[in-house]
Design a binder for this molecule. Structure first.
Ligand SMILES: *Cc1c(COP(=O)(O)O)cnc(C)c1O
Length: 403
């Protein structure tokens, strides 16, 4: 049985229950205070780092505004995210265009809006940047293989071999861009801290060889994301990550260059609770020991990261504590891929019935905007944000004042 208070303490839970009880399901409630604390903890553990929040993790306006107020910068992947962040009055100097896959028109758009820092990992993209964002800073993303210890790997599709990164940075200089640094992402929810060691070693080699052979002095390492949120599989504390990573940096660099982090999951993951309702509990034959539990949320409506059962969220109900049994958890749509957990063998109370609520903890990251627009007619899951004063919608309109 999953213990709710291992993930959400009583005070936070009771308040969440109180303020969320009248809202139709499925919904996600995001606790802004938890995000604020995660941000402050990150900058305390890495006092030398600059934070660029990966907006895709939770693009709600209340989150963007909070992190702006706390001093964060922003890592943006599309012109739509850019418009949203600029609309909050955030200066383009605090924005990095971190997507290596961009249309020419979008590069020009970012440049016109004042963005001067771009990620790349290919020659064609670099040439497009040189033409459409002349004189900008570029950093090259290197390829990292991490599929076994990251629960949501970001390998293969992004980054290039260090030899190619070398050539791209030389080309950047030739084309009048500023060869600024190296980036990598060791994979999201990366449980093996040693992955940063390998990546930093490759980065060091590039810094050194470019300086010695090409007189190119890189200034920045962008270490991406990868720090964990709290799901079922245990991870080290952030302080462990910090002491190890700091040691790797100090071992490899005499003078540690500017360090950027792009956290997403670790800042917002623990802030969310997704509430769903049990639609149906059934068995596929008369003697079957496991039940199918169908919910009003699913893989296409907030829980895409259960794909391949990759992220294992803590799931709790109001009936926890008595007898339980194995279940298969599935969503409401007419697609047989809409199954969250089958192999993971979650257990839920034996007296679970239609109408009972099921709470998915640690669902603040990669849930709210990661829903289909209307498959089978189901609208995207609603997300609410709250602090001590009010509940807000994703555009920061006040839904309800709190006292
Ligand atoms: C998604 C993403 C991040 C955030 O990663 P987390 O593991 O959620 O912290 C950071 N940087 C880039 C380039 C990304 O694509």
């Amino acid at each position: 049985m999953i213990k709710r208070d291992d993930f959400v303490p009583d005070g936070v839970w009771n308040r969440f229950r109180e303020i969320s009880k009248d809202f139709p399901t499925p919904n996600i409630f995001v606790n802004l205070d938890i995000i604020g604390r995660a941000y402050n903890q990150l900058i305390e553990t890495f006092p030398y780092g600059n934070v660029y929040y990966a907006v895709k993790a939770n693009p709600g306006v209340p989150v963007i505004r909070l992190l702006d107020k706390l001093g964060s910068n922003f890592d943006i992947a599309s012109r739509y995210e850019l418009d949203k962040v600029l609309a909050q009055g955030i200066s383009p100097e605090r924005i990095s265009y971190g997507n290596t896959i961009k249309k020419v028109a979008d590069i020009a758009y970012f440049y016109e809006k004042g963005v001067r820092m771009y990620a790349t990992d290919s020659k064609e993209d670099l040439k497009n940047i040189a033409i459409n964002a002349p004189g900008s800073k570029v950093y090259v993303r290197i390829l990292i293989e991490n599929s076994s210890t990251a629960d949501w790997p970001l390998s293969r599709k992004f980054g290039c071999h260090p030899d190619m990164a070398y050539n791209l940075l030389v080309l950047a200089k030739e084309k009048g861009l500023v060869p600024y640094g190296i980036s990598f992402h060791v994979g999201s929810q990366q449980r093996d801290i040693g992955q940063w060691n390998d990546a930093i070693a490759k980065t060091k080699y590039l810094f050194q060889s470019l300086e010695e052979e090409e007189d190119i002095k890189l200034e920045m390492i962008n270490m991406g994301g990868g720090f964990p949120a709290h799901y079922l599989q245990p991870t080290n504390d952030l302080s462990e990550y910090a002491s190890e990573i700091t040691r790797y940096l100090e071992d490899d660099f005499e003078n540690v260059p500017r360090i950027i982090f792009e956290p997403g999951r670790s800042l917002v993951g623990d802030s969310g609770i997704l509430t769903s309702e049990t639609v149906l509990v059934s068995r596929k034959n008369n003697t079957s020991l496991s039940r199918w539990v169908y919910l009003d949320c699913g893989l296409f409506n907030g829980l895409i990261e259960t794909m391949g059962e990759a992220i294992k969220y803590p799931v709790v109900t109001d009936k926890d504590g008595g007898k339980d049994g194995e279940v298969i958890l599935a969503g409401p749509t007419c697609d047989s891929a809409d199954i969250m957990y089958e192999d993971a063998k979650y257990k839920l109370p034996l007296d679970l019935k239609s109408g009972d609520k099921i709470y998915w903890l640690s669902t603040g990251a990669y849930t709210s905007s990661y829903a289909s627009v209307g498959f089978n007619g189901f609208p995207p899951i609603k997300t609410y944000y709250y602090d001590s004063k009010a509940i807000y919608d994703e555009n920061n309109n006040i839904v309800k004042e709190l006292n």
